[in-house]
Design a protein around this ligand. Structure first.
Ligand code: 13P
Length: 352
């Protein structure tokens, strides 16, 4: 037994850090994350679609309706909040993070300041929000947040994305992730390749591969411990207006093949965004990937629209609809919870 073996054993006994434990809890079996961190302009768009006024009070009632849904904690490990929401108190007088914590749900916070036009790069975006981020993270930690989210947006189009756009966004994601780890929050690292456009699934695969390779190169450069972060990527999909749409099986296979090439084994979990897919397709794709399996990471969800579209419509801004809207939310949470183990079936939809 040489020195190498002793060192190897010592390495294996290294205790898992608290942040790495938290990251694992975020992707606990059967559970995923609710993204409820819509910025004020985005939630206004959602409320406009149901003719509800987007006031601070209405935004709180709607989100409180989701957060107090009995039984959701069986399928939801964490909720991503917006700055306004993490500071709000619910109707029972407790703060939103305290309410979530009391249900065993981890409170998270969106810390980026949105995707802005990348200068001298028509049609491309770069996410802002690094200035002052160390202090904002400290405040959010104080307010009860345990994890954070930063979303980068990559658009596919004629001769875009450029390498400049991919690298600017990857660099910002890594700087953000390093600040989170330093400030005791698990960073959700979200490089989103948009599904908008007529591109093929092959083109989405190519761009997703480039984006993920750049993100992991930058994360390493910034010394971010990979077992303390969660990756939130897009699935590899046909563009939303591509005339030939890949099947559920093709999407699952292409997505897993892309990640096998680019995502290091140390990442505890991958939580997908829904990105504009229908509720049922987002669930079916995740389910298929978990059926295929054979990957070292938990494959989970961090859906915004695919968890909220149904309850938002049922709620329609009316208090009387709260119990039915909560059932609609619980149903989607349960279906996605089943997709975590590949046990979702279409029949679950008709027994709702
Ligand atoms: P969607 O699931 O609606 O894409 O939202 C997830 C999210 O948090 C995007 O940043």
């Amino acid at each position: 037994m040489g020195r190498g073996t002793t060192e190897h054993n010592r390495e294996r006994k290294t205790p898992v850090s608290e942040l790495a434990k938290l990251a694992r809890a975020m992707v606990a079996p059967g559970k995923g994350i609710l993204a409820a961190d819509e910025s004020t302009p985005t939630i206004k768009k959602r409320f406009d679609s149901i003719q509800a006024d987007s006031t601070a009070e209405n935004r709180l009632s709607y989100r409180e309706m989701l957060f107090t849904t009995a039984g959701a904690e069986e399928f939801i490990s964490g909720v991503i909040l917006f700055d306004e929401t993490i500071r709000q108190k619910t109707s029972s007088g407790v703060s939103v993070p305290d309410l979530l914590t009391s249900k065993g749900i981890l409170p998270g916070i969106k810390v980026d300041k949105g995707a802005k036009d990348l200068p001298l790069a028509s049609g491309e975006k770069v996410t802002e929000g690094l200035d002052g981020l160390r202090d904002r993270i400290a405040e959010y930690r104080q307010l009860g947040a345990r994890f954070a989210k930063w979303r980068a947006v990559i658009t596919i189009g004629d001769s875009i994305p450029s390498s400049g756009c991919i690298h600017a966004n990857a660099h910002a994601l890594a700087r953000y992730a390093a600040l989170c780890v330093e400030g005791d929050l698990v960073p959700i690292v979200e490089p989103e390749v948009l599904m908008d456009g007529s591109h093929t699934i092959e083109r989405c695969n190519e761009v997703t591969e480039l984006a993920l390779a750049a993100v992991f190169a930058e994360l390493r450069e910034q010394r971010v411990p990979l077992d303390e972060i969660i990756l939130k990527p897009n699935m590899v999909l046909s563009g939303s207006t591509c005339p030939t749409q890949a099947s559920v099986r093709e999407v699952a296979e292409a997505t897993l093949a892309c990640f096998r090439k680019t995502v290091p084994d140390e990442i505890p979990g991958i939580v997908f965004l829904s990105g504009g897919q229908s509720d049922e397709l987002a669930t079916a794709h995740l389910n298929e990937m978990n059926q295929l399996g054979g990957v070292p990471w938990e494959l989970s969800f961090s859906y915004g629209r695919a968890l909220q579209a149904a309850p938002l419509k049922v709620w329609a801004g009316n208090t009387a609809n709260i119990p039915a809207a909560q059932q609609a939310y619980l149903h989607r949470a349960r279906c996605n919870g089943a997709a975590r183990s590949g046990s979702y079936t279409e029949a679950m939809e008709s027994t709702a």
